[in-house]
Design a protein around this ligand. Structure first.
Ligand SMILES: [Zn+2]
Length: 408
């Protein structure tokens, strides 16, 4: 079908949404259920309504716009929440491109046989409790106790943040009951890396989305006086961590190239300059596009930590914080995307996604697909996040063709 999106309108939408939640540092700060996010939610619902679609918001705050049809739904979207001091493209390009696709389909008077929906999922960025709260609520993958008790990064539990809104832990837990049957979920997103830009390709078709094992770990030793405890007799927990950090990175880099290990948070205790650290707490983030590799890396790194601990007279403990499974995009979706992209004449490449996305969570209930467009210098989660509008136009046109193909 020879129709194209209206880039000027899409651009206007992205710019208008980016005015909501502007922070003093020139970025966007729009965590879910904040005042700015509630304003953005109202803005989006109004946009969907004024385009002539039925709006629905579930108990988790996820927003949907629907064009009726028969059979299972073809859904496209992403998220409109942001990290603290983030950019204006991470998330909104997916939601607003999907809305633009539905608008064009409606304007052309096309009557696809299946129902079409634009979707915006709550707290993709994980500002509250774990990440992907909205899509996990939508697919029924949340733990009520964690929602009730965990402390958000704002220092308060989630029930506190929900006060004064129309949402509650109960409504979040029940959101999945309102889910229609979905055949496919499509997400257009900025790459958040430099592969497309380096390869000079405007379109990336995602083949795999990496899974993540996130653990909270500690080396436990013994605090002692930094002036009197002889170096060879110390049980320095921080040195255990330093040793482990180097060896674990070397292990993944040499044995599992392409997979990742990151220690992003470190806390040496008691944290006094004149005391040998008796405890070193840290986060361990392992990522891979293969489930087997992910499990293998976790097993070998835990064994490595035990080994480091025993040579240095320490103890090692770990507990699971969060796990997301890797997802392989179904070949039927990849093939359709490639064919439609070739028809449009846009250069493309296939690539994995190292970052997690809502599509990964939706994979438990539908066939999913992801289209990446380049972001300049790979910068994301920053006010400096930037795209070329002509790349967005190509990405959204491809999304439109794939939606039409799937909708029959
Ligand atoms: Zn995102």
């Amino acid at each position: 079908m020879d129709i194209r999106i209206n880039l000027d309108r899409l651009k206007d939408d992205i710019e208008s949404l980016s005015k909501i939640g502007r922070d003093p540092n020139g970025g966007i700060t729009r965590p879910s259920f904040s005042k700015a996010d509630i304003e953005a939610q109202e803005w989006l619902k109004e946009k969907i309504k004024s385009a002539g679609f039925a709006v629905r918001q579930d108990g988790a705050g996820n927003i949907f716009g629907r064009l009726e049809g028969k059979g299972k739904t073809i859904m496209a979207g992403s998220h409109i929440d942001s990290v603290i001091n983030g950019g204006k493209f991470d998330g909104p390009v997916g939601v607003l491109s999907a809305l633009e696709c539905l608008r064009r389909i409606k304007e052309e008077g096309l009557n696809p046989s299946k129902p079409l929906e634009v979707a915006s999922f709550t707290d993709e960025e994980g500002n509250l409790v774990g990440d992907f709260m909205g899509s996990r609520a939508f697919t029924g993958q949340l733990n009520q106790e964690i929602l009730e008790k965990d402390i958000t990064q704002f220092g308060t539990p989630l029930p506190e943040i929900l006060k004064g809104t129309e949402f509650s832990i109960k409504s979040i837990m029940e959101a999945h009951k309102q889910r229609p049957e979905i055949e496919a979920f499509l997400e257009l997103h900025i790459e958040q890396g430099i592969v497309l830009e380096t390869e000079n390709k405007p379109i990336g078709i995602v083949e795999h989305i990496a899974g993540k094992h996130h653990k909270s770990c500690s080396f436990l030793g013994e605090s002692s006086h930094s002036g009197t405890a002889p170096l060879e007799l110390r049980h320095d927990a921080f040195l255990g961590l330093a040793d482990f950090a180097l060896k674990s990175t070397q292990h993944v880099a040499t044995k599992h190239y392409g997979s990742m290990v990151t220690i992003g948070r470190v806390n040496a205790r008691p944290g006094v300059f004149s005391v040998v650290p008796g405890q070193a707490d840290f986060s361990l983030d392992i990522r891979s596009t293969s489930k087997e590799t992910l499990e293998e890396i976790e097993k070998s790194l835990l064994a490595l930590a035990e080994d480091v601990a025993s040579t240095r007279g320490l103890n090692f403990t770990s507990k699971v914080v969060d796990k997301t499974e890797p997802v392989s995009i179904p070949s039927r979706i990849i093939e359709i995307m490639k064919e439609e992209c070739e028809k449009l004449g846009y250069p493309l490449m296939t690539l994995p996604s190292g970052a997690g996305h809502d599509a990964q969570i939706l994979a438990s209930v539908a066939d999913v697909g992801m289209i990446f467009i380049p972001c300049l210098d790979g910068i994301s989660h920053s006010p400096r996040e930037m795209i070329k509008w002509e790349d967005l136009e190509k990405g959204a046109n491809l999304l439109l063709q794939v939606i039409l193909r799937l909708a029959g």
